[in-house]
Write a protein that binds this ligand. Structure first.
Ligand code: AMP
Length: 294
């Protein structure tokens, strides 16, 4: 059944309040739309954790910097609703920009520390935009559970910190990265890629897999593990923004000469043409990435 679409914050709040009055546990899945199997996997988790699911589809302007892809970001509401239909989602919230940021809007939620490195240093203000819109969604929906993907690993950590610091009454559930059969992490931005660039995009997951293979072979030197990823990716992309080896909880980069204790985050951001892609894995925690050789 095609889900009910709500466009006003007042109606969304009223419907979520009504669900709670019926003792239903509200689950939230925030997205920017152009839905793919990665997004739908979040919904599977939401369905297991709640009995009233709200999916939001909003391309949030405040998390895009000047010159980024806000204007060309894919907006495919009708197709998205078709994809959601078999899931029996209770509500889709698809507000206008003005509904979320009316004239005179002037508040920003800023999470310090975790937002400094990785994408934070490359996309100034990005995580302020994310933290602000997610806080607004939490306040409007009042979810008992909200689901976020590990594809955006830094974002997930920022949201967990926000919830902890502000004592927000919501459980954060995290979803593993869903990949294409050749290993490429699913992303709405993959739609931008030309066929040759889509081919080259495999370098990111292959770089992570190279680090995984070395780790599985017993290597524990941070510099060597990171370098395995760099060597695989750097030649294949137009610009390697970063390959960072960091503590998976604090996101503080690990010194090259350190030995990994139990877990190590390897996170990559790279550009192919005009498209910026990110990917990551936590060595010692995430499953082996399947990369087809064809
Ligand atoms: P987005 O629409 O890109 O803002 O993503 C919405 C949510 O879906 C975020 O929590 C993302 O981390 C998650 N997500 C996006 N792609 C994937 C993927 N390939 N696997 C798992 N989660 C994903």
């Amino acid at each position: 059944m095609t889900p009910t679409v709500v466009k006003s914050t007042a109606e969304l709040r009223a419907r979520c309040d009504a669900a709670r009055r019926e003792d239903r546990r509200v689950g939230l899945v925030p997205t920017m739309g152009a839905l793919h199997a990665g997004h739908l996997s979040l919904l599977d988790i939401a369905k297991a954790e709640s009995d009233f699911q709200v999916v939001t589809i909003f391309v949030n302007p405040t998390q895009f910097g000047p010159g980024e892809d806000y204007d060309r970001y894919p907006r495919t509401l009708e197709t998205d609703l078709d994809k959601l239909a078999p899931y029996g989602v209770d509500l889709v919230f698809a507000p206008s920009r003005e509904e979320m940021y009316p004239k005179g809007f002037g508040t920003t939620v800023q999470v310090a520390g975790l937002t400094e490195g990785l994408c934070g240093s490359r996309r100034p203000g990005h995580f302020d935009g994310v933290a602000t819109v997610v806080t607004k969604l939490f306040c409007i929906v009042g979810p008992a559970t909200a689901v976020f993907g590990r594809k955006d690993y830094q974002q997930l950590q920022v949201i967990k910190k926000l919830v902890c610091d502000l004592n927000l009454p919501v459980d954060i559930a995290e979803a593993p990265i869903v990949r294409e059969p050749d290993g490429v992490a699913m992303s709405s931005r993959n739609a931008y890629l030309t066929p040759p660039d889509r081919d080259r995009a495999r370098a990111l997951s292959r770089g992570l897999r190279a680090a995984q293979d070395l780790f599985d072979a017993g290597e524990r030197n941070v510099g060597a593990l990171r370098q395995a990823a760099v060597d695989t990716v750097s030649e294949m992309v137009d610009a390697l923004e970063y390959v960072t080896a960091a503590n998976p909880d604090t996101l503080v980069p690990e010194e090259s000469h350190h030995q990994v204790q139990a877990r190590l985050l390897i996170a990559i951001a790279a550009r192919l043409g005009a498209t910026r892609l990110i990917d990551n894995t936590v060595l010692g925690e995430d499953p082996t990435i399947v990369v087809s050789t064809e």
